[in-house]
Ligand binder design. Structure first.
Ligand SMILES: [Zn+2]
Length: 346
């Protein structure tokens, strides 16, 4: 079946018509329009989500994985990067054409005794590079390393992280590093990792280097807003102060990162799934221009991942809005049309 979609595309703000020809987009005229008018974005991207389990005490479950992916899809998120999961993402989920495309990182790689017990794959530093290669091959080209945890706990050493990044790059993979301390963030930059996840307490003097290396920052404000809210209710203490200081410092770090030319991308991290509009709102509130905030969940994320956007011959993954999504982050939460792999989802 061949049908067309016409509207204003972002970020170029041109009126364009796409023909949906099977599972591909072709640019050109079409009289059988399923959508005429409005604003067309490539399928949205959630750069940091862990479908299949709602937290460390929630066992991974295939039915939940499907439901979480459907929640993403129904919010217009047609591509997810899964930076770590408690079990490797099963092949059926990556092959199901009705679900968002998945770029997974295998199991979280965590130093022994750090991270949530039993949630990731605990490895000693001497095994990290080998395990990183294994998880990269088991996933779709990514691995995820817990680079640090709470203050007072040792970060993954710079030497071990550097060796792991080099080994993964050697096989063409990429490395995402969980960082929430200054030391963890510094190690990730010096080791040449590809993305910093979270980035609280990050040393902004490293931002220029981060930009020069083509690294991305995925701050996951949505989740840390919840963590900070719960911390405020706790009795004062060093851990609570550290969490709140990290949270309060994040907008300035993210704004400085954007201004330094670091690719800032949108990821929601924790449930609810399909909540990308909230994260885009946080990015805008941190000071990203509206178009950069929306791009962080759309064309910028796709370009950084090496995934096609709205282009002739690209997979037919697009989302249509009645209003300009850069006019208000709330617009992004209400797609009028969703097309995934040429199928009309809505
Ligand atoms: Zn995460």
């Amino acid at each position: 079946m061949v049908f067309g979609v016409r509207g204003i595309t972002l970020p170029d703000r041109a009126v364009r018509t796409f023909v949906v020809d099977g599972d591909r987009l072709r640019e050109g005229d079409c009289t059988e329009l399923v959508s005429d008018g409005g604003w067309i974005l490539p399928g949205l991207v959630d750069m940091h989500t862990h479908p299949g389990s709602e937290g460390p005490s929630d066992p991974f479950d295939d039915a939940k994985l499907r439901r979480h992916l459907e929640d993403h899809r129904d919010a217009g998120v047609l591509l997810v990067r899964v930076p770590g999961s408690t079990v490797r993402i099963p092949a059926w989920a990556e092959q199901d054409l009705a679900l968002p495309r998945i770029r997974s990182a295998g199991r979280w790689l965590a130093p022994e005794g750090c991270f949530y017990p039993g949630y990731g794959r605990e490895v000693g530093e001497h095994q990290l590079a080998e395990a990183a290669v294994e998880e990269t091959k088991a996933g779709s080209g990514w691995c995820k390393i817990i680079g640090d945890w709470e203050p007072g706990e040792a970060s993954t050493s710079l030497g071990a992280l550097t060796a792991a990044v080099a080994a993964v790059h050697e096989i063409g993979g990429r490395v995402a590093v969980h960082c929430q301390t200054a030391e963890g963030g510094r190690h990730a930059v010096l080791a040449g990792a590809d993305s910093i996840e979270h980035g609280m307490h990050f040393d902004v003097t490293l931002l220029d280097r981060m930009a020069a290396q083509g690294m991305a920052l995925v701050p996951t404000f949505t989740t840390f807003a919840g963590i900070a809210g719960r911390a405020r209710e706790r009795a004062p203490g060093p851990l609570r102060d550290w969490v709140l200081e990290g949270w309060e410092g994040m907008p300035a770090i993210v704004r400085a990162a954007y201004e330094a030319g670091v690719t800032v991308l949108a990821g929601t991290d924790c449930p609810p799934y399909g909540n990308i509009a909230t994260e885009v709102g946080w990015l805008a509130e941190a000071g990203l221009p509206a178009e950069a905030a929306v791009g962080a969940a759309a064309w910028t994320a796709r370009a950084w991942l090496g995934e096609p956007g709205l282009a002739d011959g690209a997979p037919a993954d697009l989302v249509v809005y009645e209003a300009d999504p850069t006019s208000s982050p709330g617009v992004l939460a209400h797609p009028k049309r969703i097309i995934l792999g040429g199928r009309v989802i809505r």
